[in-house]
Design a binder for this molecule. Structure first.
Ligand SMILES: [Zn+2]
Ligand SMILES: [Zn+2]
Length: 377
């Protein structure tokens, strides 16, 4: 496989087209360009107005893709590549998550469970918005790390809130363990693509007599990003590039990074064997020469997770290990910043199937052999 092209962007953010958004799309685009982003996937609540007003597409080197956040009281869902917005009727099956997941699929789109373990913050009057219905099928994936969810939960006092506002990256501790547990569990049954979410609204709040923006997009865009890997470079033509990036996302060719202190471009994770090279989101077959390979653009603590458990750990800029067992392998990278190891990069898995198992013709029919994964508690 030739080297993949790595594009950094932000998924899940709100503009002034959302009832609770505060910043106009052109200003958001300027901030994203200033931060060096390649793409944005905008998700205003219940509307595709940014697309209706002609804003989807390229803006001086930045590609804007317009999706929708379907957001009833619980079970928020991020939908992309839909021709028209999904509205939720009152009551009945269509108001249940499976109803709108299916409605997105009927429109030719795909979607992600948003901030699944959202806990809110009582002190600052933020309600909780978790995902509650885990019986659903047909989602492409789920958010595994949501900046706003986690940041709000760090606000445990008014004094602490000042520190959290000034140094948001330093108070983040990585994806919630319960979210990762669930993701690992689901990935042993089928492919569930993990994404990073920002969920920034540019909300203005009065605090200690001052009006502050939570957060200015220029600051927020340096936090949690999602990288998409494509086999072909982007062309500058939106009608080709949007399907290319959305295809990479659907395939799980994606990793998530907290980039305030160090950008992550240059990260790679692959499994090579006689059948070729498998990258993020790929399935491959275990053979006698299977080799797992991780490369970093800077020194970090590399942790390889197999079926939800730490399988290998090493420090440095590279890790190479022979593979002897099938499984769902993913990588976490921690990096030392101001005297502590802090979360940096989370990859999507590579699904390594037993050598004798036939590979499916695409789709996400991956099922590991062996006992069922233990239930989530
Ligand atoms: Zn939401
Ligand atoms: Zn949102």
């Amino acid at each position: 496989m030739s080297p993949l092209h790595d594009y950094a962007g932000v998924i899940h953010l709100h503009s002034a087209y959302s009832f609770d958004g505060h910043v106009a799309v052109p200003e958001i685009l300027r901030a994203a360009r200033d931060c060096g982003l390649d793409f944005l996937m905008l998700t205003d609540h219940g509307t595709l107005r940014a697309r209706d007003e002609g804003l989807e597409g390229w803006h001086d080197g930045l590609l804007l893709i317009v999706g929708e956040e379907i957001s009833p009281r619980f079970n928020h869902y991020l939908a992309f590549q839909i021709q028209d917005a999904v509205e939720i009727p009152e009551g009945g099956d269509a108001s249940r998550p499976q109803g709108y997941i299916d409605a997105v699929a009927r429109r030719g789109g795909f979607g992600f469970i948003a901030h699944p373990d959202h806990g809110g913050n009582e002190l600052f009057h933020v309600k909780h918005y978790p995902w509650q219905d885990w019986s659903v099928t047909g989602c492409t994936g789920m958010g595994i790390w949501d900046f706003m969810t986690d940041w709000q939960e760090t606000l445990t006092g008014r004094g602490k809130a000042i520190w959290c506002y000034l140094q948001p990256a330093l108070v983040l501790t990585g994806p919630k363990p319960e979210t990762l547990r669930r993701w690992d569990h689901l990935n042993r049954r089928g492919k569930i693509v993990g994404i990073g979410e920002l969920d920034n609204h540019g909300t203005r709040r009065r605090f200690l007599g001052l009006t502050v923006s939570v957060f200015p997009f220029r600051r927020a865009f340096r936090l949690i990003r999602t990288h998409l890997l494509t086999e072909r470079p982007l062309t500058g033509h939106a009608e080709q590039d949007i399907p290319l990036l959305c295809g990479a996302l659907r395939d799980g060719r994606a990793y998530i990074a907290l980039e305030t202190h160090r950008e992550a471009k240059g990260f790679s994770f692959s499994v090579t064997g006689t059948g070729g090279t498998a990258s993020l989101g790929d399935e491959c077959r275990l053979d006698g020469s299977s080799q797992l390979r991780v490369r970093l653009p800077d020194r970090g603590r590399i942790r390889v997770i197999r079926n939800g458990r730490v399988w290998q750990e090493a420090a440095g800029t590279a890790l190479d290990r022979p593979l002897r067992e099938p499984g769902c392998y993913r990588v976490e990278i921690w990096r030392r910043v101001l005297g502590r190891h802090r979360p940096w990069i989370y990859s999507n898995p590579i699904y390594v199937r037993p050598g004798t198992a036939p590979l499916p013709d695409g789709g996400s029919a991956f099922v590991l052999t062996g006992p069922d994964p233990s239930p989530i508690v």
